[in-house]
Design a binder for this molecule. Structure first.
Ligand code: NAD
Ligand code: TYD
Length: 370
């Protein structure tokens, strides 16, 4: 079959990538979607069970750092668009092992760019290299309005007077954000130096189904279910902006098709939460759905040593994306959290497979010889 487009999505077996792959495979049967993923501890093909047999979907187990293999994939499938999500993504791991982050996020992105440049060979017509990045590259904001406490879950709180805009100067603090900042610069350098058509987007914290349970929301839902302590870093005063992952995937779809080449868009939920308030919402929602009495799991909250260099506040101004392309988040936080908690409680097997390590063996058996 002749496909209208051949799109390479990297990191498609991860959290956000699996939602992007699912959206593209189901919405665009006229496109071939090639998912390139190394299946690190964070990659899980169970995230894509529902579309794995779709005729327009291909999975390739490979490392983005392996330039020769990536070039082979470009050639074999006639790739004309890249949506690059593959990365090491957890700040705490980056503090323990920064080298792996530099390898995958910096050198891996460079290898992807070099492969695209090599294979497209100066013919940029109809091509796009779309790089997915984070708001953490901008650094941290102050809490200039720290007193606000949401009276209910739908209340929209703003904890400061400043926001990250597309023009905000990069100031990464963690090894994770430093590696992502570096990769963003390389992507823009390939446009400015060679003329490669690129787009970069920087998004705030995502939440929703299929997130690896080392991240705050799935970790806490699982711990509440198993009556384990909920480790709150520092005093829980840090603020994050949260976006439902399917809204991010929708933004990626829109920007891939209608975004301006060489431009940058911030993506965010207009939804700031202090960690401790968010954690109370997670506890309340999980207890309600499990049928526990109100306050049943409050005692699981355990304040622990703060993360080194813990960024105080992230807040995205996503009005450019709204103004220019008409995107806005579709889900109220109340609805998003409810859906998310229900999903993790209903998919205990998915969670158990990860937490028991069984999935690693499954991959080795399935894909070890490819
Ligand atoms: P994730 O950790 O859930 O998934 C990463 C995926 O990349 C995994 O499937 C993993 O196997 C794959 N991968 C890692 N190293 C690889 C390599 N060398 N070669 C090939 N594949 C490799 O991450 P996520 O949370 O889905 O994030 C995806 C992207 O979005 C990342 O680039 C991240 O920086 C960015 N981002 C994430 C968030 C968030 O809240 N999670 C917010 C903004 C931006
Ligand atoms: P996380 O989900 O790791 O995302 P990020 O560090 O990229 O923002 O953490 C979200 C917030 O929750 C962050 O401020 C750190 C905090 N946190 C805890 O307090 N305890 C935890 O166990 C984890 C994983 C995170």
């Amino acid at each position: 079959m002749n496909y209208k487009r051949n799109i390479l999505i990297t990191g498609g077996a991860g959290f956000i990538g699996s939602h992007v792959v699912r959206l593209f495979v189901s919405k665009y049967p006229e496109y071939r979607i090639v998912n390139l993923d190394k299946l690190t501890y964070a990659g899980n093909l169970a995230n894509l069970k529902d579309i794995e047999n779709a005729p327009n979907y291909e999975f390739v187990k490979a490392d983005i750092c392996d330039f020769e293999t990536v070039c082979g994939i470009f050639q074999k499938y006639g790739i004309d668009g890249v949506i690059h999500l593959a990365a090491e993504s957890h700040v705490d791991r980056s503090i323990k092992d920064p080298f792996t982050f530099a390898r995958t996020n910096v050198l891996g992105t460079l290898s992807m760019l070099q492969a695209a440049k090599h294979c497209w060979n100066g013919d940029w017509d109809g091509k796009l290299f779309y790089h997915i990045s984070t708001d953490e590259v901008y650094g941290a904001l102050e809490l200039t309005r720290p007193e606000g406490v949401p009276s209910d879950i739908s209340a929209h709180m703003v904890y400061g007077d400043e926001f990250f805009r597309e023009t905000t100067r990069y100031s990464p603090h963690s090894p994770y954000s430093a590696s992502k900042a570096s990769s963003d610069h390389f992507v823009r350098a390939f446009h400015d130096t060679y003329g490669m058509p690129v787009i970069v987007t920087n998004c705030s914290n995502n939440y929703g189904p299929y997130q690896f349970p080392e991240k705050l929301i799935p970790l806490f839902i699982n711990n509440i279910r198993h009556r384990k302590p909920l480790p709150v870093y520092g005093r829980g005063e840090n603020v994050r902006d949260w976006l439902y992952v399917e809204d991010h995937a929708r933004a990626i779809d829109l920007i891939f098709h209608e975004g301006k080449v060489a431009d940058t868009y911030n993506i965010g939920g207009f939804n700031e939460w202090k960690n401790i308030d968010l954690i109370k919402v997670i506890i309340k929602t999980t207890d309600r759905i499990l049928g526990n009495p109100e306050g049943y799991s409050d005692g699981l909250i355990t304040f622990v040593t703060d993360r080194a260099g813990h960024d105080l506040r992230y807040a995205i101004d996503a009005t450019k994306l709204h103004r220019e392309l008409g995107w806005s988040p579709s889900l109220q936080f109340e609805e998003g959290i409810d859906k998310t908690v229900r999903w993790y409680l209903d998919n205990q097997e998915w969670m158990d497979n990860i937490t028991s390590g069984a999935y690693e063996k499954y991959y080795e058996d399935m894909y070890g010889n490819r």
